[in-house]
Ligand binder design. Structure first.
Ligand SMILES: *Cc1c(COP(=O)(O)O)cnc(C)c1O
Length: 415
């Protein structure tokens, strides 16, 4: 079918149910988001349908939580089967889906063990706790003195500890007092990181590519440099691959582009297949082994439904199919976007099927561009004012991706 025609047709038919449904939602929710005025009802693959029957190409994929697309048949089958058998036991008891999930995810990462949680922020908190505990027990840091080095422009989640080391005023301001023990250095600057390290430094926590920051790719060799520096100085390296990992960049992990293996993988988003929240910290026994019963946990962490879906996600990544698609379609994305530089676009950064597009202010704000894209049947999200992040589901067809990029091109060229 010609998706172009169907979406234009239904757009012009008007948004009768949307306006009311949108206003109802806004009336009774905290305004911690500013959603585009669309109310979605159904989705399959890379396409979503709203309450008025309009179709939209999803170029955000739930910030990479939907790497495998909406309603992936394999994931839905596993989830449906598990729903009828067992969903939650708490970890006071062991369930039959737990061991396989932990073993398969640990193997995917080349590590010994897994600590499952639910959301990304919880996995980041877990990594911080583990690095501190390791610092006191293994490295011998004096009690209460452990520090973790983080990078400017970071995004690691929304807990009070995490926003305390964010330099984004929206995320940070008004939520203090903040937890001490974090040192910020410029992202991509190895010398600054080396200078910031002392005997109390227990870990470095960075995103191998900064997603929320606008798909910011560090200079070539940075991740290798962080790996060498941390190894030399007896400091743990935690890579927050929550948005960058699990196929998005064309490799299983963004660190793979520099053949780097961090001490801790921090995973989330796509690990739950867009079905349930699943996050995890994956590391070797000398790191995760510092935790003993009662020292950390989560009621829902590692529940049976999450493990069933997560195991299927790992199996899908094992096939290599999604990484291959991200690489191949990423080349289409790159060549199309690079052609727009100087034509309504100031700069683009692309790694795999993931791009940050800096919009020329003369064209409008990122938000305005996203509104115009929506009117053309494409859903995307701005970040930091003038940047649009493109992260289509990795299952998107080349034709649909091209069509979506046609819409972006028309908008930035002012058509
Ligand atoms: C989204 C994200 C998080 C937080 O994940 P939540 O599931 O929203 O808590 C942490 N780190 C990175 C890099 C992310 O993109």
């Amino acid at each position: 079918m010609t998706v172009t025609e169907s979406s234009t047709e239904s757009t012009s038919a008007g948004a009768t149910r949307t306006t009311q449904a949108f206003q109802e939602a806004e009336a009774r929710t905290a305004h911690n988001y500013k959603p585009l005025p669309v109310v979605l009802e159904h989705a399959e693959g890379a396409w979503m349908t709203d309450v008025d029957g309009r179709r939209f190409l999803d170029l955000l994929a739930g910030y990479s939580a939907l790497n495998f697309g909406h309603g992936h048949p394999g994931l839905l089958r596993v989830a449906h089967e598990q729903l009828d058998k067992l969903t939650l036991t708490s970890r006071a008891f062991v369930h039959d889906r737990f061991a396989e999930f932990c073993a398969s995810l640990a193997d995917l990462c080349g590590k010994d063990m897994v600590l499952p949680m639910n959301t990304g922020a919880e996995a980041v908190e877990t990594a911080i706790k583990v690095m501190r505990k390791w610092g006191y027990e293994t490295k011998g840091v004096a009690p209460g003195q452990a520090t973790v080095i983080v990078a400017s422009g970071n995004f690691h989640g929304r807990t009070t500890t995490i926003v305390g080391f964010s330099d984004d005023p929206d995320a940070h301001d008004g939520f203090g007092p903040f937890a001490p023990g974090f040192t910020m250095v410029p992202y991509g600057d190895l010398d600054a990181m080396a200078a910031a390290m002392d005997e109390n430094t227990v870990g470095v926590l960075i995103e191998p590519i900064q997603g929320e920051g606008g798909v910011v790719i560090p200079p070539e060799g940075y991740l290798r440099g962080v790996r060498e520096l941390t190894a030399e100085r007896g400091v743990l390296f935690a890579a927050d691959e929550i948005q960058a990992g699990l196929g998005r960049t064309g490799k299983t992990f963004a660190c793979d582009h520099e053949d780097v293996v961090p001490d801790l993988y921090v995973l989330g988003k796509a690990l739950g297949g867009g079905v349930v929240p699943v996050s995890a910290v994956v590391a070797d026994a000398d790191v995760l082994g510092v935790l003993r019963p009662g020292q950390h946990g989560s009621t829902f962490g590692g529940n049976a439904l999450a493990c069933a879906v997560g195991t299927e996600v790992v199996a899908m990544l094992r096939s290599g199919e999604y990484q291959e698609r991200a690489t191949r379609l990423g080349e289409v994305l790159r060549s199309r976007l690079e052609a727009l530089v100087g034509h309504g676009v100031l700069a683009v950064r692309v790694r795999g099927l993931w791009a940050g597009v800096d919009i020329d202010p003369a064209v409008g704000t990122g938000r305005e561009v996203c509104e115009k894209l929506m009117a053309r049947g494409v859903l995307a999200k701005d970040t930091h004012g003038s940047t649009i992040r493109l992260a289509p589901p990795l299952v998107v067809s080349e034709a649909d991706l091209s069509w979506g990029l046609d819409q972006l091109e028309a908008v930035v060229r002012g058509e």
